[in-house]
Write a new protein. Sequence first.
Length: 271
Amino acid sequence: MQASATPQTTAPLHGRVAIVTGSTSGIGLGIARALASAGADIVLNGLGNPEDIERTRSELAQSANVQVAYNAANLLDGGEAAHLVTSTIAQFGKADILVNNAGIQHVSPIEDFPVDKWNAIQALNLSASFHTTRAAFGAMKAAGWGRIINLASVHGLIASPYKSAYVAAKHGVLGLTKTVALEGAQFGITCNAVCPGYVWTPLVEAQIDDTAKARGISREDVINNVLLAAQPTKQFVTVEELGAVAVFLCGDAARSITGVALPVDGGWTGQ
């Protein structure tokens, strides 16, 4: 009688430890949930009301049956960004997956762009990814396995007016991604950038009514002709989609995918 096949695990990332920056809401939280559902223990990081963050942490741990910690590191400070990683390794013994998601935005003509805003956007959107990656890379090399995912935005591939700091930082993220991919290629470490278009988050939802009021147009016009004007599908990317992409990039099927800038933009960059 033929022995039955070993059943496939339903938690492909069981035993892995994942750090997700900017994960107390929005895209980062969606990715953290997806990784937790795939079995990874999670370290959350980001801003918010402490009670809300603890509720999110507890709910995620219970729903996914994994360990979930929270680290309040201020990623504008390079030392704190690095400590986010080293403290994770001290607590969990390793850091297998690093998702650099935290970011901020400011829109202004170049001649009026505030220098402090430029510096903050470079610090959080670009330099923080360097500091966390630098801190995690040695342990990943020693383990012979690592997954680094940088959230780079469609603006890592193309530009828009009045977003000089954001576009510059996200283009820089792609250069960092490619370099880290080459350095990790022989050590079982992959590094990829995910480049979303407009994503449906509570922050975007809140902007819709404000924009409609400011411009004197309907909510539908804001969605289709302002926010999604360049997105051919006329549909927002969802955080669940981005979470699924992250899980795939962390899995065995993606072990040969590295140094890639992957658009998830409804066809925006295909035009």
